[in-house]
Write a protein that binds this ligand. Sequence first.
Ligand code: C2O
Ligand code: CU
Length: 507
Amino acid sequence: MKRKMIGSILITLLVAIGVLVFLQSPWYKNGEMALPKGVTDGETSILDVSAQEKGDRHVKKFELTAQDTEWQISEGKKVNAWTYNGTVPGKSIRVTEGDFVQVKLKNELDVPVTIHWHGVLLPNKMDGIPGLTQDAVQPGESFTYEFIAQDAGTYWYHSHQQSSVQVDKGLYGSFIVEEKEKKYKKDEVFILDEWAVNQEKEDITNMGGMMKGAMSGDGEADTKQMYDTFTVNGKSGKAIEPLVMEAGEKARLRFVNAGYQVHRLVFPEGSMKVIENDAERVVSDDNNTNVLEIAPGERVDVEFTKPDQDTVFIGQEQNIDYAEDMILPVVSNETHADQEASLAREAGTAKGISYGSEELIFDKTPDPDVTYDMDLSMGMSMGEGMSFQINDKTFPDTPPIKVQEGDIVKVTLRNKGRMNHPMHLHGHRFQVESKNGKEFEKPIVKDLIHVKPGEEYVIYFKADNVGEWLFHCHDNNHAARGMVTIVDYEGVYSPFELGGQEKNQPN
Ligand code: C2O
Ligand code: CU
């Protein structure tokens, strides 16, 4: 009797020790299985990392409802869109720097959604990544995002649940943080995008797509074969609402590329000057460029001065299919945009890396605490078609960038494939120090770097925002096929998991 009892106590003890050892073991922590909720393993949940307090800040409240919308792109082109508040783009949100922002997301779709605040530095649990920073917001449910709008500039928001599908279907909008002292009376946002209207989004998993892609030289054949319509603020061609300005008037025009194709906008000669890129002010005395190259996911603000003419045009360079869809007339009060569109002759081109930033993160190239080589490539994976890889792996098997708070992190991005990869880091800004081994005279601070085939960039950032953050290709079709990794801070863990009952699927 007694022996039996001691026996069973011993067994219980052994089991308990076994469970403890199991929970501590590294393969369990880093493997497929997430720690069950409530088990901290000595680490802090990202939900317990201190949030931002509203204090005595102005509180700005918004409500965004994800819903089904029949959206008219142009005469004769209608799509079944998914929208925030019934329009593409979704409601434009404007706040002032320093405001405390509260956005209640209500989901009236029959699929789960989230909102990611692209480019905004905010607490990790407000980043909107299903399976990493929250559970996807289920049909009929809601979630409130809260953060301080710290830095003035142009940002955008979009769903990060199945983003390759949901952003394509229209779940995006602009998020503008205005300066306390506004410099421009006229201030407009234009979001560029591509749609598959007359065709199913073509499958890039097949050999044909891969071959076509590999053969073409511009790095985006895969995207080009998928989409057949361009839009500006959800409208195409003649349906685009003209911008009304008087000759000589100045305006701040903010451009966001929500699509996966590079757009090159041609401005009237001498009318345009880049002032910000990814919400960072740039230093430029360049008055010669009149072509603006905007990479997928990028934001560029320009100062535009309307030339001395009633009607002028800003439009996609005309050397690609569907370019005529993306022409913005700039008209005077009295005139209408019935004039035949024509674009100016091209002088120089401005792109994301053309100008140095006014404010740098590092005065000189720092000594890194962590270095990470990020090789970007593509391949075929058995049975699943084309894949896009980081260091020969696809997410979630890509090696994470492991950091400690305070680390200076150096990442070398190398594009070894034949496609463009606009790589975007969440929760941080980075400083671009060199391209193809050559240092920039004036470094550039950004949150997205467009890496074209054969290019190599070295970037540095400071690990100063504890959490679990995505670093991924913003051609979301590439992200969905693997090109994603995580900046993983020591000492914190995510209590969420991919898949599961919530169908968490970030890409
Ligand atoms: Cu526009 Cu993962 O972001
Ligand atoms: Cu890519």
